[in-house]
Design a protein around this ligand. Sequence first.
Ligand SMILES: Cc1cc2nc3c(=O)[nH]c(=O)nc-3n(C[C@H](O)[C@H](O)[C@H](O)COP(=O)(O)O)c2cc1C
Length: 336
Amino acid sequence: MSSTPKTDALMRRGAAFLGTDHAILCGAMSWVSERNLVAAISNAGGFGVIACGAMTPELLDAEITATAALTGKPFGVNLITMHPRLFDLIQVCADHKVGHVVLAGGIPPKGSVEAIKAFGAKVIVFAPTLALAKKLFRSGADALVIEGSEAGGHIGPVSTSVLAQEFLPSLAEDHIVFVAGGIGRGEMIASYLEMGASGVQLGTRFACASESIAHPAFKAAFFRANARDAVASVQIDPRLPVIPVRALRNKGSDEFIAKQREVANLLDQGAVDMAAAQLEIEHFWAGALRRAVIDGDVEHGSLMAGQSVGMVTKEEPVATIMGELMSECEAALTRG
Ligand SMILES: Cc1cc2nc3c(=O)[nH]c(=O)nc-3n(C[C@H](O)[C@H](O)[C@H](O)COP(=O)(O)O)c2cc1C
């Protein structure tokens, strides 16, 4: 008999959708969510998601093959909608019969949802507003992740607790909705499940698991950090569209502010046009996360982390973290 019957009952719909024991996704984290972490999450009964990021179709092909060699359980692939070769990446997912594709980073471009559904996969999307969520469901999306501003990585302006109140009462009965952002313990999972969520997505809590290939210096920075250290990047000029990123404050975040100032000055002087200015900003961040995660440059790299980072205090196997989350959730539901 299951040791977490109340949690399992509330997760049943989400787990059936994902094909897992637990309706807990580990959100894709560029450079972190590769074969080892993804397989470990799925093997522990959760749902691992490969972060495709800027990978070429050839690299994605190799990563899916390698992940499938490490787990026989279901896992998904997260594709960034503005990737110039999005449709080639979708084809790679089709070739591997990937069961779930997550479209992140913007509104899915025309034809992308259809292309994924055409090979029988489920499409998981993000939506910043309720109206857009409804529209995406009407256009064929199978599930939605609502992600609040407590999360690590690229963020929107609204907190998870407010998004949950806005979205779940109108969507959760008829649709699969996962809640993400700021979840560090099972008690929080219990409350979103009780509000009708089909499951949850965590990133920060899993980023430093034993199976994560993140550099020891990256992990050490997480273990040292408190919630208040995970800050949103600041946009200093309204003309430069900078999607805020939540990361641990370091020299890199200060340098980003200086860089924006420099590019804004170039714009004022007419030395660069808007397209070139935006490219400069993009280039600044390109590779910053890789520098931190892979090279361990925690001073100048990007230490993307959510506010739950204060609850990440030591390296533990994914199965231990998953077990803790499930039993905390069950304890909360049993008390209630
Ligand atoms: C280091 C890091 C990298 C991330 N990279 C991505 C990414 O490439 N694509 C994406 O959709 N989300 C990305 N995210 C967001 C996660 O998938 C997840 O939704 C988020 O971490 C959940 O919030 P939490 O950090 O509060 O648990 C990233 C998060 C972190 C911490």
